[in-house]
Design a protein around this ligand. Sequence first.
Ligand SMILES: [Zn+2]
Length: 535
Amino acid sequence: MNELRWGTPSTLRALLCELVSWDSRTLTKGERTFAPKVAEKLKELDYFRDHPSHLELHDAGLGRQAVTALYKHPKAIETIVLISHFDTVWTEEYGILEPLAFHPEELTKKLLEHKEDLPESARIDLESGKYLFGRGTMDMKMGLALHMQLIEKASVEQWPINLILTTVPDEEVNSAGMRAAVTELVRIREEHRLTYKLFLNSEPSFSQKPFDIEEYIYTGTIGKIMPAALFYGKETHVGEPMKGMTANYIASFLTQRMEWNPLFRETDLGESTPLPVSLQQKDLKLEYSTQTPYRAVALYNVFLLKRTATEVMDLFEQVATEAMAACNDSYQIICEREQVTGVGKVNVLRYEQLLEHAVKKLGAAEVERLKNEALQQDNWDDREKSLRIVDHLMIHCQELAPATVLLYAPPYYPAVNTSNDPLVIQSVELMKQTALSFNNKIGQKHYFNGICDLSYVNYGDNANGWAAFERNTPVWGDTYSIPFADMAKLKAPVLNVGPFGKDAHQRTERLHVDSAFVEMPVMLETLIKSMYPCQ
Ligand SMILES: [Zn+2]
């Protein structure tokens, strides 16, 4: 009789607490050491001791790694890919309790002494004893713990279906982990002649309102893209304002029209995207002076359900063209009032047009050199590098100014939805039924609204909808890329079934104990067993 290591609620809870205790905040040393630790843990299973080559670490950049662990039944071809991320957001909001953020049992006890500092709904949950608090409990080390439990049980009981546990870093920032894993998943499939039947993520079910305890499973995930602009005006001295045009003046017209713009709202299957907002708007002057700011940048957040990068760029260009027409009109009125000729009209162009112009004017080698100047700044992230590349090129192409240059800044998460897939329809029904046996009601959402790594599988656009992204992302192919072709090869429905929790990314992040340790193991096992090939 085989004793399972992680087979009971209490051993599963201990496993979760151990995973949480390995600090793996995004971009810390802990994020780099986490993958080898998980691999060591999985090596404790007989299956991986007997099949060491089925357990692999994959480079995900900056010293980080993704882990894949394949349980392969000798006769099975059909395979379920289990996806999780192991990085977490940071912990400063825990204040004096920060040292306990990675120790859920201690933190949950200690919080009772500080409960008057908690918001009401968190206090009630704490006193109920039904929740375990801590960074990463809900988002999403519980998902990883559940997948580890599944792969152990499957390998010991020799389930007639294959599972690939895939756990990745960097989900909270750039998803470098999942973008690296995609290519490996294609390779593993070929190497072992597998068929991928389902991509199963176990991100937590998010409550929609403070006292909402409805649980959801998700049959797709929302997408996100970041249109950005560099505004290039004309410098002058503050004493002679009419001799120039500030970038801030130009930027104000576009930001007014981008924020809350309903043109970017998408609706599908009764769900809608949140409206766009600006994430950043700043001038690029390095220090204070009385020279007017003539270069500025803005970054906007746009959510997606169906649209491709090409469609969003078309819309963005349309809005920018209208914004600059309004800018030019109001500037014209001011010039007439002040009886000056002005600095000219603001042009709108895409990054790809600027690049073409720059290559013609300066030559390809010089353009590469200018780009590299920005790419080599290790203290700049991909967003800053993108904006600075445009800035470097514009400084050498001032004949285009005044201008608004449109671009994309990373990351880009395509939307995915497989609600209409027969396997998904059947699985949703099964999950609803299974939940009823715990007196639980489960709802379906068509798009997971928390952004997740499922964006990088089952890419379904056959019309090169990503082309505008490749051509207008200045760091594309250098410090950022998305394996669109491999993503399109990972054709299988997606589903997210995970434990219930509340307040991800807050100091009150907490996991519902029964959902995580009692119900989810049954739900996930039932789901996987329903996919056994017909014998
Ligand atoms: Zn997450």
